[in-house]
Design a protein around this ligand. Structure first.
Ligand code: RI2
Length: 320
């Protein structure tokens, strides 16, 4: 089953990166709707809802995932026949996948304008939105150089340096702890995002906040490349972004851990960079200061808010 396969690949991080995860889930729901053998609307809804739940539970931090699933599932809302429901899901999934890819391209164009000829850029982890900006600047003829971190423990930096190398961009590969040693060689930091909260804080790969703090201390600008569907509507109502803590054996082999009974490995996959360390968030709708996150949530993800109001006013969800 395609949904089960997608879940496995996301959990094992064969499919990773907030945007890719979101598109993979939209595609899984599209396939699920296409292949469903449900005989009536009610059972189709049930099937789709349980698939959506399983997909949302794969990784807890990247808000792009529930946002994409919510958008695709909204195709069911107005449906009165099985065909309408199936079609609604398929159309929304295709729309999301198309607009997500388009968003990454637009961000690359907008972000590249913030990179000057001769700039040295530092990036952390592997973000297609962030790399898009760097590659677009190079493509437009700007001479640039990159510092890319290793990104312990999953080494996503290896994916980044391969992409940069293939694009012919001069790249320095450094361990995560070397960022402060090189920050004075850097003109601009560009990273991606897994979630952006209403107060403009950015949740991204563990270590991002240290990078941003170091950059702030050195007066180096930090640019975040994030599609609008990475913004988290429910943070308006105080919901916190859950930080995924992954298995300890990603950091320390089990046999070593077993020999150290007093040692516990902690492995949070993400951290929170406060808005004060971020200069701009580049979205497909344009670049905004992080303090304007509320506007993006309101304008682009308003459905989350309206829905929350409905539940809040009528918590049982029953018609009055
Ligand atoms: P794009 C990744 O998470 C990284 O934290 C990266 O910065 C972020 O998603 C955004 O990536 P992980 O899946 O959507 O590697 O820009 O844990 O590709």
């Amino acid at each position: 089953m395609f949904v089960t396969e997608t879940v496995k690949k996301i959990k094992s991080m064969e499919i990773r990166g907030a945007g890719r995860i979101a598109r993979a889930c939209a595609e899984a729901l599209r396939r699920h709707a296409t292949e469903s053998r449900a005989g009536d609307l009610a059972s189709f809804r049930r099937e789709m809802e349980s698939a959506a739940q399983v997909l949302v539970a794969t990784r807890p931090t990247a808000v792009s995932l529930p946002n994409a699933v919510h958008l695709v599932m909204s195709g069911l809302e107005q449906a009165v026949t099985l065909d309408e429901a199936r079609n609604g899901v398929i159309v929304r999934a295709e729309q999301f996948i198309y607009s997500s890819q388009h968003a990454v391209e637009k961000i690359a164009q907008f972000g590249a304008r913030h990179i000057r000829d001769g700039d040295t850029i530092l990036t952390h982890c592997n973000s297609e939105a962030a790399l898009g900006c760097i590659i677009e600047a190079h493509r437009s003829g700007k001479e640039i150089e990159v510092f890319a971190t290793e990104v312990r423990p999953r080494n996503q930096g290896l994916v980044t340096i391969r992409t940069l190398n293939d694009a012919g961009i001069k790249t320095n590969f450094i361990v995560d702890s070397a960022v402060r040693s090189f920050i004075h060689d850097v003109d601009l930091v560009i990273v991606g995002a897994d979630a952006v909260t209403v107060n403009g804080a950015v949740v991204n790969k563990i270590g991002t906040s240290q990078v941003a703090h170091t950059a702030a201390e050195a007066r180096v600008n930090v640019l975040v490349a994030a599609e609008t569907y990475k913004f988290a509507p429910r943070t308006i109502f105080g919901e916190l972004i859950q930080i995924e803590e992954r298995a300890g054996n990603e950091v320390l082999a089990d046999e070593i851990s077993r020999s150290l009974p007093h040692v516990t490995v902690r492995n949070p996959a993400f951290d929170v960079t406060p808005a004060e360390y971020i200069d701009l968030i580049v979205t497909e709708a344009g670049a905004i200061p992080p303090q304007m996150a509320y506007i993006i949530i309101r304008e682009y993800l308003g459905w989350g808010i309206e829905e929350f109001h409905k539940t809040f006013e009528n918590p049982t969800g029953h018609e009055e």
